[in-house]
Design a protein around this ligand. Sequence first.
Ligand SMILES: Nc1ncnc2c1ncn2[C@@H]1O[C@H](COP(=O)(O)OP(=O)(O)OP(=O)(O)O)[C@@H](O)[C@H]1O
Length: 413
Amino acid sequence: MSTDTIKIEVKNLTVIFGKNKHQALKMLEQGYSKAEILEKTKCTVGVNNASFQIKTGEVFVIMGLSGSGKSTLLRCLNRLIEPTRGDVIVNNVNITKQSNEALLDTRRTEMSMVFQKFGLLPHRTVLENVAFGLEIRGESKELRLKKAQEALETVGLEGFESQKPSQLSGGMQQRVGLARALANNPEVLLMDEAFSALDPLIKSDMQDELLDIQDKLHKTIVFITHDLDEAIKIGDRIAIMKDGFIEQIGTAEEILKNPASDYVEAFVEKVDRKTIITAGTLMNQKPTVVQLEREGPEMVIRKMNKLSIEVLPVVNRHRVFMGFIWLQKVLEAKKLNKPTIEEFITTECPRVYTEYTVEEMLPLITNTKSPIAVIDKDPGKLLGVVSQISLVTEATRFDKQEIVELKEQAKEQ
Ligand SMILES: Nc1ncnc2c1ncn2[C@@H]1O[C@H](COP(=O)(O)OP(=O)(O)OP(=O)(O)O)[C@@H](O)[C@H]1O
């Protein structure tokens, strides 16, 4: 993270709703639960001591069940909700310390929000709705219409400028909402359940659209959802919240691989791991290798005996992957008194890049006993090896519900 620029930093952020904040904070520090604090102080813990950084250009997703504090956390990022304690730093400026005037300026220039309910003005045309934020900023009519037109084109709504919002479908209205946010040319987009109200197919289109826009514009996006598939699809990293507390932050793969708590594990249980876990995660990063120029049949046989294995990856002196050598083939080389194993290497073998998923790797092992070599794109250095055992184990992991069902079935038989 050190080499990336940090766009937003949140430090020890806590939000308490209610009058008796002081006592509630104290109880929170002492480790009382949200429910206990509510009972004793009548205060609600919105966010509990959140700390994280969001990188420039990142899509950061906040997930959690209803009431877990997602919206409260998001609204602290532009101080629509005042933090009870802690700091929010945007572009190296601590906005929790900003005057109201400076804060308004930050909101207008740095950040735009997109809401679930599109918040469009019904009597204005699509173009005027998109230009609205620029109007508030005091931009000239000519400029705001030009920018609004550009934003409408970005979201694929050219031709609809003079329509009224009610004439558009839900998906299109949300495109207008997105265009309005983009027209300000903010660096940060705050999106609160922006696609939750849409039909599944339209929702999926909007997610694709957002990813396309992100490819072009490289905004920093903070996106709230309670839909795990959506989080995985669009998020570079995901934060999972429970009772105001961030249980875990990581890539989807990190979270699936190492859930930080039982809660997170239960939360991600339904995800199809095969489409997320990659070669980079599964591979043995320090496999024993044979170095072609240095090791002849004798050495290779000794290595294999020592490790009790019958296949090893072979690399050249630049660590470029050459293929696998099998015990049976080395024995043949030895019998023929060959000084090198070069012509005995099996070069037809599965090779993948780190981003290959388990689902993509499975077909590669159907007709071979070979492990899978994980290489870089150029010049093809060996990065690691995925064994068939680890791939199959990962692919056949049952989720908890399936195990319960299998046990039930077994009992019945
Ligand atoms: N203005 C408020 N006054 C009192 N309590 C509030 C207020 N806003 C939110 N809360 C409480 O703070 C907690 C977090 O609410 P928040 O709306 O941030 O959750 P959320 O995860 O966004 O939920 P949802 O998915 O339903 O929008 C909840 O317990 C909620 O009841």
